[in-house]
Design a protein around this ligand. Structure first.
Ligand code: HSE
Length: 436
């Protein structure tokens, strides 16, 4: 391929686990990338917070700078791998205003301020790429933005947080408690010292907001994503699920809710521990892997699977964006704009219907089963199966109840009444069931 005379100047912001790998690949594969793009990709600098930090050890010292703003202003393409809201947002804004295209892996920023940044990019004729923001190495943004742009996506279900998938997988395979599995995840470097963003579902909620916005062409504010984490999931709950043929996964679920009773079609995004049948493809996603399962009207069911994090893996997604951005830079033109034209109503989680598994500790006396069944019947919730086990000496019985599809509101009413029922000692768990 003919190589353009002037190199394309690349500025890298951040030299952490992903940034240092992006720099390495840009340097090591420079000739090959030039052939693919048709221009030399020149890494003109790497903005870091500390010039002596250990991670920067293998990077050429001459490229390191503390002056991110000067670096941004001198670049054609800026790669933001700092993470968090600030200073990443100000740097991206400066880059777009300086005429650069931007690549970022920053899910928190895209989920919280994506619309503002996309609008700015569109006004300026610039591009904002973010393949690495969801699912690390897994191509999922481009398939939703481009490959499925002519289809109608009805549902997206993703395991989009590797830390929680690792923890739930360890709990299932070893019988460990949440606390012990979390400690192991921390020792192995999957979980942070403060694991809140992962285990309480905030990271997955940001990714759900991004996936829903792309899938349904509708801006989904992250605050509207219903969120429950996994810190309350117990070893008993996982064992009960396993015995019934299910796995517990933290899923990010984005779905269309059809128009009903004069209400227009809407969308719901939610993140919560979910039971999925062991024969569902998402149940086979083990360890810290990620996967996104899509149901589209014409394409049918698709699954995208791979490493959701990691330096080289995430760097692969960043480099893919870089090649696309660099080619567009050479060819000119506005490139892909994000469309939120559908502007569907964003509905609360109460708008969905799903199946539930409820586990209860009850008195083992005549009439108890009938009284529990009556509570479900009173709220119009149909029971599919009931299993009963002895709960141990003098403690009554454990009931595991699987419902047919029921509304969230009806189920909440059932649970409230069960808690007030004299025969019910304790509602141990309530968990939604998907993928049947
Ligand atoms: N903390 C994330 C995870 C990393 O555990 O999947 C990538 O967003």
């Amino acid at each position: 391929m003919e190589i353009a005379y002037r190199p394309i100047r690349i500025a890298l912001l951040g030299a952490g686990s992903v940034g240092s790998q992006v720099a390495r690949l840009l340097i090591e594969n420079r000739d090959e990338l030039a052939q693919r793009v048709g221009a030399d990709l020149e890494l003109v600098g790497i903005a870091v917070r500390n010039l002596d930090s250990a991670r920067n050890g293998n990077l050429p010292k001459a490229l390191l700078t503390l002056d991110a703003e000067a670096l941004i202003k001198a670049a054609d393409i800026v790669i933001e791998l700092i993470g968090g809201i600030e200073p990443a947002k100000s740097y991206i804004t400066l880059a777009l205003n300086s005429g650069a295209d931007v690549i970022t892996a920053n899910k928190a920023l895209i989920a919280a301020h994506g619309t503002e940044l996309f609008d700015l990019a569109e006004q300026l004729g610039a591009q904002l790429y973010f393949e690495a923001a969801v699912g690390g190495a897994i191509p999922i943004i481009r398939p939703l933005r481009e490959s499925l742009a002519g289809d109608k996506v009805n549902k997206v279900m993703g395991i989009v947080n590797g830390t929680t998938n690792f923890i739930l997988d360890r709990m299932a395979s070893t019988g460990a408690s949440f606390e012990d599995a979390l400690a192991e995840a921390q020792q192995l470097g999957y979980a942070e010292a403060d694991p809140t963003a992962d285990v309480e579902g905030y990271d997955a909620a940001s990714k759900a907001a991004i996936l829903a916005s792309l899938a349904f062409h509708t801006e989904m504010p992250v605050e509207n994503v219903y969120r429950e984490g996994i810190s309350q999931v117990t070893a008993l709950q996982i064992e009960t699920a396993r015995e019934a043929g299910y796995s517990v996964k933290l899923l990010a679920i984005c779905e269309r809710v059809p128009a009903i009773d004069g209400q227009p079609e809407g969308i719901v995004a939610r993140v919560h521990p979910t039971l999925i049948p062991d024969d569902h493809p998402l149940a086979a996603v083990r360890g810290a892997y990620n996967a996104v399962f899509i149901e589209a009207e014409s394409a049918g069911r698709l699954m995208f699977y791979g490493a959701g994090a990691g330096g080289p893996e995430t760097a692969s997604a960043v480099l893919g964006d870089l090649v696309g951005a660099a080619k567009r830079h050479l060819a000119g033109g506005p490139g892909i704009a994000d469309s939120v034209h559908a502007n569907l109503d964003i509905l609360p989680v109460q708008a969905i219907s799903t199946r539930f598994q409820i586990t209860l500790q009850v008195n083992d006396l005549p009439g108890v089963l009938a009284s529990v069944a009556t509570v479900f019947a009173q709220h119009g919730v149909s029971v599919e199966t009931v299993d009963q086990n002895a709960a141990g000496e003098n403690t009554g019985a454990l009931l595991t109840i699987m419902t047919h599809e029921a509304g969230e509101g009806e189920l909440e009413a059932v649970v409230e009444d069960l808690r007030g029922n004299a025969a019910v000692q304790k509602v141990n768990s309530v968990i939604r069931v998907e993928g049947i």
